[in-house]
Design a protein around this ligand. Sequence first.
Ligand SMILES: Cc1cc2nc3c(=O)[nH]c(=O)nc-3n(C[C@H](O)[C@H](O)[C@H](O)COP(=O)(O)O)c2cc1C
Length: 342
Amino acid sequence: MIIGIRQIPSRYFLSPLAGYTHLAFRMAIRELGGLGLATTDLVQASMLLAEKPKSLELVATHTDDRPLSVQIFSGHRDQLVKAARWLEEHEYQGVDINMGCPMAKVNGQGGGARLMCDTQNAQATVAAVVEEVSIPVTVKMRLGWDDEHITAPELARSFEQVGAAAITLHGRTRQQGFHGTVNLDGIRQTVEAVDRIPVIGNGDVRSIEDAQHMQALTGCDAVAIGRGAMLDPWIFHKLSQVARGESPTDPTPTEQIDFLVRHFTLMTRQHAEYSCMLFRKFAGWYGARLGIPEDLEDGLRRFTTFDEFDAIVEAIRQRHGERETSIPTALVKVPNGPNERW
Ligand SMILES: Cc1cc2nc3c(=O)[nH]c(=O)nc-3n(C[C@H](O)[C@H](O)[C@H](O)COP(=O)(O)O)c2cc1C
């Protein structure tokens, strides 16, 4: 499919999960095949412009990490414009404006989902960014602030008019946070509201059937998968097999352990020894998914050297299957409680 001037090789995209879908994870998933477009974590425009080390880490990429869009957020139009220019000057190929983040620290400064509340300002913001750069500008948003303010169809149409190249739509309101179910009807209405730009449906896709269901009910041009890609990194590969008329194949235990090693190895290229710390947040997830015995999962949470990592992996290979595998659904934490306090 085409987004602006970009040819995207598959209709299944990786939805950004801040803290998880970093360069190493994206690269490891790309190597499995079937992934279309990936997007970085949201990066604060002003921090990117100041070239803060944390922001540069978030936009770190590689020639094999393609196609990639960088997602920026800000409540200030001029910062979004300048950050988009910065990205173009640094040879990134796409810029995605975040209009979906529900977090108070982002909404409080007028960014993320807050932008959806003032449709004229939102349109003028997208127009200003589009005017500034020649790389495609896309927007990721929610259905609206709450059930009384479903602005996505109107916004999508108005963004198309000022030159946005695609819209990704998480089918929940800001008020909903991550609760309740995704409103496929709301996604369909947004698909119908635009003339020709692609609308990418998003939310709660965890299986081939979920993706097909979303495509059938909404008519969306592509599907973005976030948490589902953490639960099953092979989901893009399987969806592409199905798209080619083949039966989807599940990875063998060896392939799954190899994926764990590959993910860590790629991480070390960016973060060297610090990867031992960074990998800890994935321990529980790999533990459940691969059925790694508890003591070894614990080891993945504590190791401090590459040698220790190698020893743990060797033990996982020997003892894999001692513990039953399960679907690690709860391990990608979402904000909870009253959302005005997020
Ligand atoms: C931990 C976490 C971090 C997220 N970070 C981002 C982000 O940086 N930018 C963004 O647009 N959406 C972000 N999202 C939202 C997801 O991209 C996606 O829209 C949402 O999780 C619904 O899709 P899913 O059910 O496939 O995960 C995040 C969600 C979670 C749970």
